[in-house]
Design a protein. Structure first.
Length: 330
């Protein structure tokens, strides 16, 4: 059993092998309503963005829309001939996307108000397991056991891009929630996770950012185009491991800072006669000169003390030698 929460304080929990699911109050854990109607196991459940509706998909080949307040089934979406594995709302809440398996291998887009299917997206060669809308609601991603992910235009039904060569069957997909960034994450049946950047241009392009499999992070096929701050060694190592694209050079500001520091050091090393500014108008040079003067004074004092100690030690040795000679003579 799994569940999800909504901002209005309720959680929905479908029983995977039963034809009913529960609506619970999160704060108390008390069952508020038991919604029944599906004739086979519930595969997925999702809240509408405003929290007023819930959609469920089932092995009974249907999608049902429920009213959260009354618990009534508002609409039954039919047309599939096999299990409906997943259902999701669009960010605007006016559309539902559902994914099916076996003979269908399709994604269907439904109008929430009318319950009508206005687009059927075909192209996958195997079961479709995961669907997800982009943050702006313009694109829909679908992941399939044919080891591909397809990106669809939800207004026209056009397939904008096909991402291939996955290491295993694609089990789930998820978009970033921020409209400022367009990233897609995919999960495969072998346990691998891959992050992609989606560039919506005239031709929709998808670039691999990173992949993780069996606890190891790999960058084969990942794009480092325009990446800042890489050293020559970093760039070489990433290229050896299969990245593509060209990173930007180190920031110009960094080189300016290095140049500035080098010029300060060179000025501090100059003699008073050769400096461009007098010590009275250059605080850095004043500090430098004061430090040098202190060091010289300390060195002289230390040198004087060492000389005194050496002379004293020699005098003691001389007296000891003279004492021994005196004993021998007498």
């Amino acid at each position: 059993m799994f569940g999800l929460a909504t901002p209005n304080g309720f959680s929905a929990s479908p029983f995977h092998l039963k034809e009913m699911w529960l609506l619970q109050a999160v704060a108390t854990g008390v069952c508020r309503k038991t919604l029944s109607g599906h004739t086979d196991g519930v595969m997925s459940v999702v809240y509408a963005p405003d929290g007023k509706q819930i959609a469920t998909s089932s092995k009974d080949h249907t999608v049902r829309i429920w009213d959260v307040d009354t618990g009534e089934c508002c609409k039954i979406l039919k047309g599939y001939t096999h299990w409906v594995r997943e259902v999701v709302y669009s960010p605007q809440g006016n559309q539902i996307a559902s994914a099916s398996s076996d003979c269908d291998k399709t994604v269907r887009l439904w109008d929430v108000q009318t319950g009508e299917c206005h687009l059927t997206l075909t192209g996958h060669a195997d079961d479709v397991w995961g669907v997800a809308y982009s943050a702006n609601g313009k694109l829909l991603a679908s992941g399939s056991w044919d080891k591909t992910v397809r990106l669809w235009d939800v207004s026209s039904g056009e397939c904008r891009a096909v991402v291939e060569n996955f290491p295993a069957e694609v089990h789930c997909v998820s978009w970033s929630t921020s409209s400022d960034t367009n990233y897609l994450v995919t999960g495969c049946n072998d346990g691998s996770v891959l992050k992609w950047q989606v560039l919506e241009e005239d031709q929709c392009r998808v670039q691999l950012q990173w992949s993780a499999s069996n606890g190891a992070l790999t960058v084969t096929g990942a794009s480092i185009q325009g990446v800042r701050g890489l050293t020559a060694l970093n760039k070489q190592l990433l290229k050896q491991r299969g990245t593509i694209g060209e990173p930007e050079h180190l920031l110009r500001e960094t080189s300016k800072k290095v140049t500035t520091m080098a010029s300060v050091v060179s000025k501090l090393k100059e003699t008073p006669e050769g400096t461009a500014e007098s010590s009275s108008s250059n605080p850095l040079q004043q500090t430098w000169e004061a430090s040098v003067a202190t060091a010289r004074t300390a060195h002289k004092a230390l040198t004087g003390r060492m000389a005194f100690l050496v002379i004293f030690y020699c005098l003691v040795l001389f007296l000891k030698v003279m004492a021994k000679l005196g004993k021998l003579i007498w």
